[in-house]
Write a protein that binds this ligand. Sequence first.
Ligand SMILES: Nc1ncnc2c1ncn2[C@@H]1O[C@H](COP(=O)(O)OP(=O)(O)OP(=O)(O)O)[C@@H](O)[C@H]1O
Ligand SMILES: [Mg+2]
Length: 256
Amino acid sequence: MGRIIAVANQKGGVGKTTTTINLSAAIGEKKKHVLVVDIDPQGNTTNGFGIDKLNLENTVYEVLLDECTAKEAIIKDIVDGVDLMPANVNLAGAEIELVSSDKPSANILKSALDYVKNEYDYIFLDCPPSLNILTVNAMTAADTVLVPIQCEYYALEGLSQLITTINRVKKKLNPSLDIEGIVFTMYDSRPNLSTQVVQNVKEHVKQHIYQTIIPRSIRLAEAPSYGEPITVYDPKSAGAMAYSSLADEVISRKDL
Ligand SMILES: Nc1ncnc2c1ncn2[C@@H]1O[C@H](COP(=O)(O)OP(=O)(O)OP(=O)(O)O)[C@@H](O)[C@H]1O
Ligand SMILES: [Mg+2]
């Protein structure tokens, strides 16, 4: 049965989408079946996989409002081993509708994914940069939360708030929710700031930290404009190798 992993950090621009796209593509290449769910109205994951987000009949929005099933919203074989449930700006509307609905709204994504969960080894949920109802839906549906942290001076800021939210969801909505791990992104090997940040976070958090560190790489930043994950855009690049090694670590974790 699929492990559902929410990729979350309410801090913007830390590499959630880049990690979702490239980690799922790397896992797909390793002969696992992966579903990526874009739960961000920005639709960056949808775009990054080369899908025109403005011309979609069914998206996560329709799924959350029960206007279509999860199956109907899934685009198959977006790259090797990977299917995608896309999103676009309409999803911003769902936020309002979910909050104002009388029905309990945190469980909707979970219920929808229950129908497709068995078809996948991994399901990645790319969250928006906020701790809103969409992120809470993702954490309620998820088995674990993967937290990308950018190697910069304010790296730790907001992490305790994120962990508090995860614990609150765990207590009220999803008792088995766990932290999958923390992955450092945009590591710059020249200035020693990145090294200090990694050291500092390691001293302060007790959660699992992946050994693989994602380097800052122009190729990773360029790939979405070609609508391709790094595994396709430049499979031999340092970024592709890093995400492949992160994929190995995620797959080999059996304790979750
Ligand atoms: N390892 C990397 N090397 C170089 N650029 C990167 C790397 N990871 C991410 N970026 C770039 O940094 C920016 C932010 O990354 P990304 O969109 O993945 O973050 P995010 O956390 O999903 O952002 P948001 O909070 O807006 O959803 C993007 O322009 C992306 O191309
Ligand atoms: Mg994003």
